[in-house]
Ligand binder design. Structure first.
Ligand SMILES: N[C@@H](CCC(=O)N[C@@H](CS)C(=O)NCC(=O)O)C(=O)O
Length: 261
């Protein structure tokens, strides 16, 4: 894993400067609030990684990007596996986790829920509203993401041409786009107000468009436009974008054919 700070959000800690303690008044002087320490985001510019860079930009909290070059196999480095045992990014370390102690979180859905709970945004506390957000969040994590991922694999990366596999996963993306389109025909966002469910689904819809164009799905297309026009979404999407490149043969060895080690 690239331990160096590969990129850092332009945001600075929001902490206030420490006030001088006046002699003789020490008892009444209040300790200055500790400045928020940046969240470390273990990241590579893919749809799953971008969910979290977008969420952090939306939340306007300080964060530092730690690049995990998955083409170089950095997802298998022991230090990374300690926080992400599934050898997948994204993951985060929040130095100011519950009880003021550091906490690490892996799995993009769990990270979005954690951030939503911690900062009280994009994840409603009203139970009925929360159920809807979770339905669409899990729909993305268990459906749209894996199906679009497989469509991408068989359409772009498989060493053999496998028409059945290509059709199977491209059809499934088509079906899921239809589900989104119906949902978005009567509302602006997937689950009431803009939420972590939209943040999760948006990078995957954008990525899967190359397999299933939006022509048949005008309400999905309008939502992609609506979410994509948010400045924080643009900033989050752009994080380390310059590192993307076509997968090389050397990178294939790390990415494909993985088995238990
Ligand atoms: N279910 C995981 C999936 C994460 C995932 O698949 N990440 C990919 C990139 S999009 C990865 O780290 N791949 C590394 C590898 O295949 O070894 C999540 O939602 O966080």
């Amino acid at each position: 894993m690239n331990k160096a700070k590969a990129a850092v959000s332009g945001r600075k800690s929001k902490g206030t400067a420490a006030k001088p303690v006046l002699r003789g008044k020490a008892k009444t002087a209040k300790a200055a609030p500790k400045p928020a320490r940046p969240i470390q985001l273990f990241y590579w510019p893919t749809p799953n990684g971008r969910k979290i860079s977008i969420a952090l930009e939306e939340l306007k909290v300080p964060y530092e990007v730690r690049l995990v070059d998955i083409g170089k196999g950095e997802q298998f480095v022991p230090d990374f596996l300690k926080i992400s045992p599934n050898n997948r990014m994204p993951a985060i370390i929040d130095p100011d986790g519950p009880g003021g102690r550091p906490v690490s979180v892996f799995e993009s859905g769990a990270i979005l829920q954690y951030l939503g709970r911690k900062y009280g945004r994009f994840y409603p506390t009203d139970e009925r509203a929360r159920i809807q957000v979770e339905e669409w969040l899990f729909w993305q994590v268990g459906g749209l993401g894996p199906m679009a991922g497989q469509a991408n694999h068989f359409n772009n990366y498989a060493p053999e041409n496998l028409p059945y596999a290509k059709k199977r996963y491209t059809d499934e993306v088509h079906r899921l786009f239809g589900v989104m389109n119906r949902r978005l025909a009567t509302r602006k966002f997937l689950a009431g107000a803009y939420s972590i469910a939209d943040i999760a689904a948006w990078p995957w819809a954008v990525s899967a468009k190359k397999h299933v164009p939006f022509d048949e799905f005008p309400d999905l297309a309008a939502w992609v436009e609506r979410v994509g026009s948010r400045p924080a979404v643009k900033r989050g999407f752009a994080v380390s974008e310059e590192r993307r490149h076509p997968v090389t043969d050397a990178e294939r060895k790390h990415l494909f054919g993985q088995r238990a080690r």
